[in-house]
Ligand binder design. Structure first.
Ligand SMILES: [Zn+2]
Length: 400
């Protein structure tokens, strides 16, 4: 078996049962504890985790113990919005490779490895037309591929001819959805993703691709998933699209650019989560390229500032915030971009302890994962990570 070691950017192979000395631990309940800890695991699960006794300090080297003093043991991260089948480099050429299963298999297995190297032990895949995200889920569950636990929507529900042709087959109208939904669910899906709007324009501030469904239609789609006990994630930006998604009773708003204060209050009231995916816009500014015009960069800056302000507002209101990257999008690489997203949340003014809590416990809840996002007796080691003891996420918070 293995454990994700984000502290070194690698995956460690470990025996099913064993013991180690650690530099400390972090959990949402106790926060960061920096003291030498003794960890023992059996059949892949935590059995003992306690402070190292004085008399034990010397037998560290003599015993068959892993020396993990440079690491903090903590729950692995969960990325709540990724697209395994996209490469974050070139959308068009990536889609051309989709017809080549062998090439895609190599590529996706590389993405999966990257997640583990960066401490991400579970991901929620937001879909792709050929179903590569779902394929990864199956192979991992069957133990054929190594990677994080995958929750997959398989393919998204979009209106045919509108945004999202690469995310799903597309439905002409509600009638077609109602006719085909049984078959759609029968092919397998963990959650449902509905495309409510197009994407935001970089060229024109405030502009968003058209809304695809009426509120009533959306409600029908949402209900068909809820009847089967499946959570609904809604890709929505812009005031009108977000309004309809909230009205239709979705479980989370994904992206949500241009969300209003009033809508944030509604999310709080209805217990709807928000996954603001800052990286797809923020990373374009963080890692400059020649791809965008100065006008676009100016607009992106404006969008980013507004978005970060809304995130801060949402946090203060007590809205459920999920941390998801939209990995696979341009400049949002699988694995690494999760740390960018953490930085963006910090940039938005959320205390770092809270961000770590969202990245673990809250995200686990959002994805319906019971064995993830926590560190306790019985937790599988594969769901944990060894983080960098000296990393700035585990230092005392600077006075602001
Ligand atoms: Zn998506």
């Amino acid at each position: 078996m293995n454990i994700s070691c984000s502290g070194e950017g690698k995956v460690l192979i470990i025996p099913q049962s064993g013991a180690a000395v650690l530099g400390g631990s972090w959990s949402s309940e106790k926060g960061c504890v920096k003291e030498s800890l003794y960890l023992e695991w059996q059949e892949g699960k935590v059995r003992v985790l306690r402070p190292l006794k004085k008399e034990e300090k010397n037998w560290k080297s003599s015993q068959e113990l892993f020396s993990w003093e440079n690491y903090i043991l903590m729950p692995g991260f969960i990325d709540t919005h990724v697209h395994l089948a996209l490469d974050s480099v070139d959308f068009t050429s990536c889609l051309e490779r989709w017809s080549d299963n062998l090439v895609m298999e190599i590529e996706i297995r590389k993405h999966l490895q990257q997640y583990l190297e960066y401490g991400i032990v579970a991901i929620r895949d937001g879909g792709d037309l050929p179903g590569y995200g779902w394929l990864a889920r199956e192979h991992i569950n069957e133990g054929q591929w190594c990677g994080p636990f995958v929750i997959s929507v398989r393919e998204a529900v979009a209106k045919k001819g509108m945004y999202g042709r690469f995310l799903g087959r597309g439905f002409l109208n509600l009638d077609q959805w109602l006719m085909e939904k049984e078959e759609f669910f029968r092919q397998g899906t963990d959650q449902l993703k509905v495309i409510v709007t197009g994407i935001i324009s970089f060229k024109e501030y405030g502009k968003v691709g058209p809304v695809q469904w009426s509120e009533e239609e959306l409600r029908e789609i949402v209900d068909s998933a809820h009847e089967l006990g499946k959570t609904v994630m809604a890709h929505a930006s812009g005031e009108e699209g977000i309004r309809r998604a909230i009205g239709a009773g979705v479980d989370s708003i994904e992206h949500g650019y241009y969300i209003t204060s009033e809508q944030l209050a509604q999310l709080k009231e209805k217990g709807i989560a928000w996954v603001p995916t800052v990286a797809p816009i923020g990373n374009i500014l963080k890692y400059p390229s020649e791809r965008y015009s100065s006008l676009e960069i100016e607009n992106l800056n404006k969008i980013l500032r507004g978005h970060l302000a809304s995130i801060c507002e949402a946090y203060e209101l007590g809205v459920k915030l999920g941390i998801g990257t939209d990995a696979g999008a341009y400049l949002v690489p699988h694995g690494k971009s999760f740390w960018d997203e953490l930085e963006w949340m910090r940039e938005g003014g959320i205390p770092q302890e809270e961000i770590l809590r969202m990245a673990t416990r809250e995200n686990a809840q959002l994805c319906g994962l019971t064995d993830f996002g926590k560190l306790e007796i019985g937790t599988p080691l594969m769901n944990l990570q060894l983080a960098d003891f000296s990393g700035d996420w585990f230092q005392e918070e600077k006075d602001k």
